[in-house]
Design a binder for this molecule. Structure first.
Ligand SMILES: *Cc1c(COP(=O)(O)O)cnc(C)c1O
Length: 349
């Protein structure tokens, strides 16, 4: 009845281990929808991998992860004086990220022995300190002997060409700032770039923060299925659906599990049947001649058409006459983005 993520456990675990072995100092990233697996499951897997630190996206994610993984917890979203969940009981395990000079002062005023990394701004321009701010923070820290600086963080954009020149420039700023730390927490560097960085700065410990390539790096270990919940033969002209549309040609309507609540079909038109919207969809190659939009559900290896936009937990598909008609209870393959899908269940073998 559900949208299920099937995981070939043996193959998935072997992949996780190979990534961990190839990336000394690995910091698994556990955030959002848990890359489809859920935060708790990934936290347990990180414990099984034997890493000493994981990264969560934001403070709200700490409780679910902290109860299942007992190492250190880096929070990727920078600390702010507002809206930060109390980290009661996790005081010594949480490593904050600081990206503005005023937040360094703010956090240390509240918690003089806080553990934290300083984020250096990169070409991402999301968060972080400029070179000059890094200098001033280094100076500020000399007045806070109890503060526990755990490293400098660099969040690079997804690879377009090499990051090495940029990273070397940024690390030179770190060295020049005279900070006491010798740890760099980096995101989105290739194995080649990691090796280059380690060779250039042998006295620094480099800790790669990896989510997608770890959890979702072996797609062959994963599959997603929905279930056929109902099948109705229809003739041209029959009415159907929330908007009382009529069937353009004979075939079958399939009602399958998986809808908007699961994150299915966000790209489907939202009932906007204007010419412009339809031309846009047509141009993307997603609509057939009678105005149905391609769905992520496939039958016999072919992506099938939505009869109308997905419902909350189910979708209506149109199967033209001549196609093999699946039976109620059959499973269909579904193509999803793992990071935006809420599965009803994860079947881990
Ligand atoms: C999400 C995130 C990561 C992990 O990204 P993936 O592409 O999933 O590996 C690393 N660093 C930061 C700062 C992030 O926000």
């Amino acid at each position: 009845m559900s949208l299920v993520l099937h995981v070939d456990g043996e193959r998935w675990r072997a992949h996780l281990q190979s990534v961990a072995e190839a990336h000394p100092g690995l910091v698994p990233v556990i955030k959002g929808n848990g890359y489809g697996f859920g935060l708790g499951r990934l936290a347990r897997k990180a414990a099984w991998l034997g890493v000493d630190t994981v990264a969560v996206g934001q403070y709200d994610e700490l409780p679910e992860v902290a109860t299942r993984f007992d190492g250190d917890l880096l929070v990727l979203t920078p600390w702010r004086p507002f809206g930060t969940l109390a980290v009661d009981g996790l005081h010594d395990r949480v490593v904050h990220t600081l990206g503005r000079p005023e937040d360094v002062a703010g956090l240390l005023a509240r918690q003089p022995d806080a553990r934290f990394v300083l984020e250096r701004m990169t070409s991402m321009r999301r968060h972080g300190l400029s070179a000059r701010e890094l200098w001033s923070v280094a100076e500020l820290l000399t007045a806070h002997p109890g503060a526990r600086l755990e490293g400098v963080a660099l969040h690079l954009p997804l690879a377009q060409g090499s990051h090495l020149a940029e990273v070397e420039r940024l690390v030179n700023d770190v060295v020049a700032a005279g900070l006491t730390t010798r740890t760099l927490w980096v995101s989105h560097l290739t194995d080649h770039e990691l090796a280059g960085l380690r060779a250039s700065y042998p006295d620094y410990t480099v800790r790669p923060r990896i989510g997608t390539d770890l959890w979702l790096g072996d797609r062959g270990a994963l599959s997603v299925t929905a279930t056929v919940l109902d099948v109705h033969a229809v003739e041209r002209g029959d009415g159907f659906g929330y908007r009382a549309r009529t069937i353009p040609k004979a075939g079958h309507l399939l009602i399958v599990s998986g809808g908007t609540a699961h994150g299915i079909g966000l790209e489907a038109p939202t009932g906007d049947a204007s010419l412009k919207a339809r031309v846009g969809t047509l141009a993307r190659g997603g609509m057939d001649a009678v105005g149905f939009v391609r769905s992520p559900f496939s039958i016999d290896g072919k992506q099938r058409l939505f009869a109308e936009p997905p419902h909350m937990q189910a979708s209506m598909l149109f199967l033209p006459a001549g196609a093999r008609v699946p039976a109620v209870g059959d499973r269909l393959d579904v193509r999803v983005r793992y990071t935006t899908t809420a599965f009803d269940r994860v079947d881990l073998s």
